[in-house]
Write a protein that binds this ligand. Structure first.
Ligand SMILES: [Zn+2]
Length: 455
């Protein structure tokens, strides 16, 4: 029989089940990597191999990040990219990223994961589209296995250089699209785990309509469906993105997605700030998912995505911190707070998105977008044991204990106290158990300096 772990006496357990059940003085019994039972503490008093007393804690399902570019942690707050919109921001960063090494990929991914995990994230999708100097998706996969984070590696690509009408400089693109497709197939066959408790899945993700050819969009869609994996890209991010789509293809981004066969419940699109009504209805009807990235959308002045309208039209929505160079952080709980605030500003409606709705997007919403809704994103018997707890004596909660769950978003505490991923404790007493954080940060900063300054 598998090892058992009992979490008990939690001030409140938010299950995110279909009824939105919240249990006061709650307990969760974990057996191996699965949740076996959830209920009031007095009903789950059986002996376990290990018991953790969560008195004075709020316990929720692990947060799910649906869009990221982890390598960008190396170039946060870069002066040349601080005040630029998306296209100019990429213009400033592409030449810097041209010198990224495989070690930089691994260490920056570990750094991004560390910060994500300390903010409550237990599953993250990483849209890894940048391959230079021998880098491979394996560089990031290695980071996830060290950190103990549930990882969805998106094998992305940029192939359309400036000389072909694309945005990136020619020297950073993968020119041979047939080779890109072969590599996509290789990483899926080597690493994708289709099982319900998979710690590692692979998806395919040409970066955006302005960085790859329509042919690669179409062919990667065929390949993904042959291989049984998901598709991910950037869509309708800002005004220039819309203009590019109109000028080059004579279509809106949603029309382009449909034309490329990039709609369906196996596809999720990042940003969708300027998804029009046709697009919202199309995505709702087809089960197409959206990764909402409010911080990045504000940071790059891209606009505010119509999240309330998407939810009202049945669109699946999850949250993403986006790349660390346009956020410029990896704070997923903070992203959920921003989602709540931005929805209100956009619609000038204080009820546009409640704290509980934002938490739902951050947990089961994200799990559904990644195709894991049957096994992740809830505290429910049979689900994978991914859970996070915050300690309520943190200064951020002071005075906010009349509703600890809502206070998570309204008061924004900095760090989780406990994080369990797949039944394993990866954060205990606010500290990562899988890596020595100061050493990781020091190495990351050395590599960042080498990348930016060359020394
Ligand atoms: Zn992105």
């Amino acid at each position: 029989m598998s090892r058992t772990l009992l979490l008990k006496n939690a001030t409140v357990v938010a299950t995110m089940d279909d009824h939105g059940t919240e249990i006061r003085d709650g307990a969760v019994l974990i057996e191996g990597n699965r949740i076996r039972a959830v209920g009031p503490s007095h009903t789950l008093s059986r002996e376990a191999d290990e018991t953790i007393d969560l008195s004075g804690h709020v316990l929720i399902p692990g947060l799910v990040n649906t869009h990221h570019h982890m390598f960008q942690s190396l170039t946060r707050a870069l002066p040349a990219a601080q005040n630029a919109e998306l296209f100019d921001w990429l213009d400033a960063l592409f030449p810097v990223w041209a010198n990224i090494t495989p070690e930089m990929m691994t260490v920056s991914a570990q750094t991004a994961m560390a910060e994500l995990m300390l903010s409550g994230c237990t599953t993250a999708a990483d849209h890894a589209y940048f391959y230079v100097n021998g880098g491979r998706l394996e560089d990031n996969i290695e980071a996830a296995s060290i950190m103990g984070l549930r990882y969805h590696g998106v094998r992305g690509a940029i192939t359309l250089g400036k000389s072909q009408g694309g945005l990136p400089p020619d020297l950073v693109v993968e020119k041979d699209e047939d080779a890109v497709l072969k590599e996509m197939q290789r990483v899926v066959e080597a690493h994708h785990d289709a099982s319900s408790d998979a710690m590692l899945q692979v998806a395919l993700g040409p970066s955006s309509p302005f960085t790859v050819t329509p042919d690669l969009m179409r062919q990667s869609a065929v390949l993904a469906r042959n291989l049984g994996v998901r598709l991910h890209t950037h869509t309708a991010e800002n005004g220039k993105d819309l203009a590019f789509s109109q000028q080059r293809y004579g279509m809106t981004p949603a029309q382009f997605a449909e034309e490329m066969n990039w709609v369906g419940d196996d596809v999720w699109h990042a940003h969708c700030v300027h998804l029009d009504d046709h697009g919202i209805q199309l995505f709702g009807r087809t089960g197409t998912g959206v990764a909402h990235c409010p911080c990045s959308n504000m940071r790059l002045a891209s606009g505010h995505a119509p999240i309330r309208r998407m939810l009202d039209n049945g669109v699946r929505v999850g949250l993403g911190v986006d790349g660390s160079a346009s956020n410029d952080g990896n704070d997923l709980l903070g992203e959920a707070r921003q989602a709540m605030l931005v929805a209100r500003v956009r619609d000038e409606d204080p009820a546009a998105l409640s704290a509980r709705e934002a938490l739902r997007l951050a947990t089961r919403g994200g799990a559904e977008v990644l195709g894991r809704g049957d096994h992740l994103g809830r505290i429910q018997a049979g689900y994978c044991a991914d859970l996070v707890a915050w300690k309520l004596d943190d200064i951020a909660f002071a005075g906010g204990l009349s509703d600890p769950l809502a206070a998570l978003l309204f008061c924004a505490p900095r760090r989780v106290s406990l994080s369990i991923v797949n039944g394993k404790t990866v954060v205990r007493d606010g500290q990562l158990t899988t890596v020595e954080l100061p050493r990781l940060v020091e190495r990351h900063n050395q590599l960042s300096r080498i990348l930016i300054d060359g020394d």
